[in-house]
Design a protein around this ligand. Structure first.
Ligand code: NAP
Length: 252
Protein backbone atom coordinates (compact mmCIF):
# COMPACT_ATOMS: atom_id res chain seq x y z
CA UNK A 1 0.00 0.00 0.00
CA UNK A 2 1.17 3.55 -0.68
CA UNK A 3 1.09 5.38 2.65
CA UNK A 4 1.66 9.03 3.51
CA UNK A 5 2.76 9.32 7.14
CA UNK A 6 2.49 12.78 8.67
CA UNK A 7 5.36 12.79 11.13
CA UNK A 8 7.40 14.83 13.56
CA UNK A 9 7.03 12.40 16.48
CA UNK A 10 8.75 9.33 17.89
CA UNK A 11 5.67 7.26 17.02
CA UNK A 12 5.87 8.30 13.36
CA UNK A 13 9.53 7.30 13.16
CA UNK A 14 8.83 3.97 14.84
CA UNK A 15 5.90 3.30 12.51
CA UNK A 16 7.96 4.07 9.40
CA UNK A 17 10.45 1.44 10.62
CA UNK A 18 7.70 -1.11 11.29
CA UNK A 19 6.11 -0.67 7.85
CA UNK A 20 9.36 -0.58 5.84
CA UNK A 21 9.56 -3.48 3.42
CA UNK A 22 5.81 -4.22 3.65
CA UNK A 23 4.49 -0.94 2.27
CA UNK A 24 5.68 2.09 0.36
CA UNK A 25 5.88 4.75 3.08
CA UNK A 26 6.59 8.43 2.63
CA UNK A 27 7.07 10.37 5.87
CA UNK A 28 6.25 14.06 5.75
CA UNK A 29 8.10 16.43 8.09
CA UNK A 30 7.16 20.07 8.60
CA UNK A 31 10.83 21.13 8.47
CA UNK A 32 10.87 22.94 11.82
CA UNK A 33 13.88 21.04 13.19
CA UNK A 34 17.27 21.60 11.57
CA UNK A 35 18.62 18.10 12.26
CA UNK A 36 15.57 15.81 12.53
CA UNK A 37 15.92 12.14 13.39
CA UNK A 38 15.49 10.60 9.94
CA UNK A 39 12.93 7.78 9.53
CA UNK A 40 13.13 4.71 7.27
CA UNK A 41 11.53 4.97 3.83
CA UNK A 42 11.03 8.06 1.72
CA UNK A 43 10.93 11.50 3.32
CA UNK A 44 9.56 14.81 2.11
CA UNK A 45 9.96 18.09 4.00
CA UNK A 46 7.82 21.24 4.23
CA UNK A 47 4.15 22.25 4.22
CA UNK A 48 1.77 21.10 1.47
CA UNK A 49 0.01 24.44 1.05
CA UNK A 50 -3.16 23.85 3.07
CA UNK A 51 -5.94 21.32 2.49
CA UNK A 52 -5.89 21.74 -1.30
CA UNK A 53 -2.13 21.23 -1.45
CA UNK A 54 -2.35 18.07 0.65
CA UNK A 55 -5.25 16.76 -1.45
CA UNK A 56 -3.23 17.39 -4.63
CA UNK A 57 -0.27 15.52 -3.13
CA UNK A 58 -2.46 12.54 -2.17
CA UNK A 59 -3.79 12.39 -5.71
CA UNK A 60 -0.47 12.89 -7.49
CA UNK A 61 1.31 10.28 -5.35
CA UNK A 62 -1.63 7.81 -5.57
CA UNK A 63 -1.70 7.57 -1.77
CA UNK A 64 -3.99 4.80 -0.49
CA UNK A 65 -3.77 5.47 3.25
CA UNK A 66 -3.05 8.67 5.15
CA UNK A 67 -1.62 8.27 8.66
CA UNK A 68 -1.61 11.29 10.95
CA UNK A 69 1.14 10.63 13.49
CA UNK A 70 1.81 14.29 14.21
CA UNK A 71 2.16 15.70 17.71
CA UNK A 72 -1.15 15.91 19.66
CA UNK A 73 -0.86 19.73 19.53
CA UNK A 74 -0.31 19.97 15.75
CA UNK A 75 -4.02 20.70 15.37
CA UNK A 76 -3.85 22.56 12.06
CA UNK A 77 -2.08 19.73 10.25
CA UNK A 78 -4.44 17.16 11.78
CA UNK A 79 -7.49 19.15 10.66
CA UNK A 80 -6.06 19.37 7.15
CA UNK A 81 -5.55 15.60 7.11
CA UNK A 82 -9.22 14.99 7.94
CA UNK A 83 -10.40 17.45 5.28
CA UNK A 84 -8.04 16.35 2.48
CA UNK A 85 -8.64 12.65 3.14
CA UNK A 86 -12.41 13.20 2.91
CA UNK A 87 -12.01 15.30 -0.25
CA UNK A 88 -10.02 12.66 -2.13
CA UNK A 89 -11.57 9.59 -0.48
CA UNK A 90 -8.35 8.40 1.14
CA UNK A 91 -8.84 6.65 4.51
CA UNK A 92 -7.20 8.22 7.55
CA UNK A 93 -5.67 6.57 10.61
CA UNK A 94 -4.63 8.74 13.56
CA UNK A 95 -1.80 7.74 15.91
CA UNK A 96 -2.19 9.61 19.23
CA UNK A 97 -0.36 8.69 22.36
CA UNK A 98 -2.65 8.97 25.44
CA UNK A 99 -2.49 12.14 27.53
CA UNK A 100 -1.31 12.18 31.16
CA UNK A 101 -3.44 11.77 34.28
CA UNK A 102 -2.76 13.30 37.68
CA UNK A 103 -1.69 10.90 40.45
CA UNK A 104 -1.97 11.24 44.25
CA UNK A 105 0.37 13.99 45.43
CA UNK A 106 0.10 16.02 42.23
CA UNK A 107 -0.94 19.66 42.23
CA UNK A 108 -2.11 20.15 38.66
CA UNK A 109 -3.95 23.14 37.26
CA UNK A 110 -5.51 22.39 33.86
CA UNK A 111 -5.65 25.31 31.43
CA UNK A 112 -7.10 25.57 27.93
CA UNK A 113 -4.20 27.40 26.30
CA UNK A 114 -0.70 28.81 26.77
CA UNK A 115 -2.28 32.25 27.13
CA UNK A 116 -4.34 30.99 30.08
CA UNK A 117 -1.18 29.43 31.51
CA UNK A 118 0.52 32.85 31.43
CA UNK A 119 -2.44 34.48 33.24
CA UNK A 120 -2.43 31.69 35.84
CA UNK A 121 1.31 32.13 36.52
CA UNK A 122 0.65 35.80 37.24
CA UNK A 123 -2.43 35.26 39.45
CA UNK A 124 -0.61 32.64 41.56
CA UNK A 125 2.46 34.92 41.83
CA UNK A 126 4.79 32.11 40.79
CA UNK A 127 8.20 33.65 40.07
CA UNK A 128 10.47 30.87 38.78
CA UNK A 129 8.85 29.07 35.87
CA UNK A 130 10.01 26.00 33.92
CA UNK A 131 8.52 26.04 30.40
CA UNK A 132 8.59 22.76 28.46
CA UNK A 133 6.01 23.85 25.90
CA UNK A 134 8.32 24.13 22.89
CA UNK A 135 9.95 27.05 21.18
CA UNK A 136 6.71 28.41 19.69
CA UNK A 137 4.35 30.27 21.99
CA UNK A 138 6.97 31.73 24.34
CA UNK A 139 5.73 35.16 23.32
CA UNK A 140 2.60 34.79 25.49
CA UNK A 141 4.91 34.92 28.54
CA UNK A 142 6.89 37.93 27.23
CA UNK A 143 4.97 40.44 29.37
CA UNK A 144 5.71 38.67 32.66
CA UNK A 145 8.72 40.82 33.61
CA UNK A 146 8.41 39.79 37.27
CA UNK A 147 9.17 36.12 36.43
CA UNK A 148 12.36 34.21 35.65
CA UNK A 149 11.93 31.49 33.01
CA UNK A 150 13.82 28.33 32.22
CA UNK A 151 12.66 27.23 28.74
CA UNK A 152 13.65 23.87 27.29
CA UNK A 153 13.28 23.26 23.56
CA UNK A 154 14.94 21.48 20.64
CA UNK A 155 15.46 24.67 18.64
CA UNK A 156 16.08 28.22 19.93
CA UNK A 157 12.80 29.99 20.83
CA UNK A 158 11.03 32.45 18.54
CA UNK A 159 10.96 36.15 19.48
CA UNK A 160 9.51 37.93 21.39
CA UNK A 161 10.63 36.06 24.48
CA UNK A 162 10.45 36.90 28.20
CA UNK A 163 13.07 39.35 29.49
CA UNK A 164 14.43 37.02 32.18
CA UNK A 165 14.97 33.83 30.21
CA UNK A 166 17.45 31.00 30.25
CA UNK A 167 17.18 28.59 27.31
CA UNK A 168 18.12 24.93 27.56
CA UNK A 169 18.50 23.32 24.13
CA UNK A 170 17.80 19.62 24.60
CA UNK A 171 15.44 16.98 23.26
CA UNK A 172 15.64 14.13 25.74
CA UNK A 173 14.87 11.45 26.64
CA UNK A 174 14.96 12.78 30.20
CA UNK A 175 15.28 10.85 33.48
CA UNK A 176 13.39 11.42 36.73
CA UNK A 177 16.68 12.04 38.57
CA UNK A 178 17.79 14.54 35.94
CA UNK A 179 14.45 16.37 35.99
CA UNK A 180 14.47 16.43 39.78
CA UNK A 181 17.97 17.92 39.83
CA UNK A 182 16.95 20.57 37.29
CA UNK A 183 13.84 21.61 39.25
CA UNK A 184 15.84 21.80 42.49
CA UNK A 185 18.87 23.58 41.02
CA UNK A 186 16.73 26.34 39.53
CA UNK A 187 14.32 26.52 42.52
CA UNK A 188 11.37 26.14 40.17
CA UNK A 189 7.96 27.31 41.52
CA UNK A 190 5.85 25.90 38.66
CA UNK A 191 6.23 23.62 35.65
CA UNK A 192 4.28 24.53 32.51
CA UNK A 193 3.71 21.71 30.02
CA UNK A 194 1.37 20.68 27.23
CA UNK A 195 -0.54 17.42 27.82
CA UNK A 196 1.62 15.71 25.20
CA UNK A 197 1.71 12.25 26.80
CA UNK A 198 4.72 9.96 26.56
CA UNK A 199 7.56 9.98 29.08
CA UNK A 200 6.40 11.52 32.37
CA UNK A 201 9.82 11.97 34.03
CA UNK A 202 9.29 15.71 34.62
CA UNK A 203 5.85 15.07 36.16
CA UNK A 204 7.19 12.39 38.50
CA UNK A 205 10.00 14.75 39.54
CA UNK A 206 7.52 17.62 40.11
CA UNK A 207 5.34 15.32 42.26
CA UNK A 208 8.34 14.27 44.35
CA UNK A 209 9.35 17.87 45.02
CA UNK A 210 5.80 19.23 45.45
CA UNK A 211 6.15 21.53 42.43
CA UNK A 212 2.76 22.54 40.93
CA UNK A 213 2.10 21.84 37.24
CA UNK A 214 0.20 23.95 34.73
CA UNK A 215 -1.12 21.40 32.23
CA UNK A 216 -2.27 22.79 28.88
CA UNK A 217 -5.21 20.71 27.59
CA UNK A 218 -5.14 19.02 24.18
CA UNK A 219 -7.02 20.23 21.13
CA UNK A 220 -10.29 18.34 20.46
CA UNK A 221 -10.21 14.68 19.44
CA UNK A 222 -10.64 13.97 15.70
CA UNK A 223 -13.47 11.90 14.25
CA UNK A 224 -11.20 9.22 12.73
CA UNK A 225 -9.97 5.75 13.72
CA UNK A 226 -7.33 6.34 16.38
CA UNK A 227 -4.67 4.09 17.91
CA UNK A 228 -2.26 4.92 20.76
CA UNK A 229 1.09 3.50 19.56
CA UNK A 230 3.17 2.70 16.48
CA UNK A 231 2.74 -1.04 17.16
CA UNK A 232 -1.05 -0.67 17.28
CA UNK A 233 -0.96 1.37 14.06
CA UNK A 234 1.11 -1.27 12.25
CA UNK A 235 -1.28 -4.00 13.43
CA UNK A 236 -4.30 -1.94 12.31
CA UNK A 237 -2.77 -1.37 8.88
CA UNK A 238 -1.71 -4.98 8.34
CA UNK A 239 -4.97 -6.47 9.65
CA UNK A 240 -7.32 -4.09 7.86
CA UNK A 241 -8.41 -4.97 4.36
CA UNK A 242 -9.16 -1.98 2.18
CA UNK A 243 -11.71 -2.08 -0.67
CA UNK A 244 -11.53 0.34 -3.55
CA UNK A 245 -14.95 1.72 -4.40
CA UNK A 246 -16.09 4.40 -6.85
CA UNK A 247 -15.74 6.96 -4.07
CA UNK A 248 -12.33 5.80 -2.88
CA UNK A 249 -10.97 3.31 -0.39
CA UNK A 250 -12.97 2.01 2.51
CA UNK A 251 -12.64 -0.49 5.30
CA UNK A 252 -15.21 -3.26 4.65
P1 NAP B 1 0.55 22.78 12.93
O1 NAP B 1 0.42 24.08 13.63
O2 NAP B 1 -0.56 21.80 13.09
O3 NAP B 1 0.79 22.97 11.36
C1 NAP B 1 1.07 24.22 10.76
C2 NAP B 1 1.44 23.96 9.32
O4 NAP B 1 2.71 23.31 9.25
C3 NAP B 1 0.48 23.01 8.59
O5 NAP B 1 -0.65 23.70 8.13
C4 NAP B 1 1.37 22.48 7.50
O6 NAP B 1 1.56 23.44 6.48
C5 NAP B 1 2.73 22.36 8.20
N1 NAP B 1 2.94 21.03 8.78
C6 NAP B 1 2.73 20.61 10.06
N2 NAP B 1 3.09 19.34 10.20
C7 NAP B 1 3.52 18.92 9.00
C8 NAP B 1 4.03 17.68 8.51
N3 NAP B 1 4.19 16.60 9.31
N4 NAP B 1 4.37 17.62 7.19
C9 NAP B 1 4.23 18.68 6.37
N5 NAP B 1 3.76 19.89 6.78
C10 NAP B 1 3.41 19.99 8.07
O7 NAP B 1 1.91 22.06 13.35
P2 NAP B 1 3.00 22.50 14.45
O8 NAP B 1 2.35 22.44 15.81
O9 NAP B 1 3.69 23.73 13.99
O10 NAP B 1 3.98 21.25 14.36
C11 NAP B 1 4.86 21.12 13.25
C12 NAP B 1 5.46 19.73 13.30
O11 NAP B 1 6.20 19.57 14.50
C13 NAP B 1 4.42 18.62 13.22
O12 NAP B 1 4.83 17.70 12.25
C14 NAP B 1 4.41 18.02 14.62
O13 NAP B 1 4.26 16.62 14.57
C15 NAP B 1 5.78 18.40 15.17
N6 NAP B 1 5.76 18.71 16.62
C16 NAP B 1 4.87 19.63 17.10
C17 NAP B 1 4.86 19.89 18.48
C18 NAP B 1 3.88 20.86 19.08
O14 NAP B 1 3.90 21.05 20.31
N7 NAP B 1 3.01 21.50 18.30
C19 NAP B 1 5.75 19.21 19.32
C20 NAP B 1 6.63 18.27 18.77
C21 NAP B 1 6.63 18.04 17.42
P3 NAP B 1 0.64 23.44 5.13
O15 NAP B 1 -0.70 23.99 5.55
O16 NAP B 1 1.40 24.32 4.20
O17 NAP B 1 0.53 22.02 4.64
Amino acid sequence: MRILLLGGTTEARELAGLLAGEHHVTTSLAGRTRAPRWPDGDVRVGGFGGVDGLAAFLRAERIELLVDATHPFAATMSGHAVAAGALIGVPLLVVRRPGWSAAPGDEWHRVASLAEAAVTVRTHRWRRVFLTTGRQGLSVFAELDECWFLARSVEPPDAPAPRQLRVLLDRGPFTVDGERALLAEHRIDVLVTKDSGGSDAKLVAARALGVPVLMVDRPPVLAAPTVPTADAAAAWINETAFDQTDTGWSKP
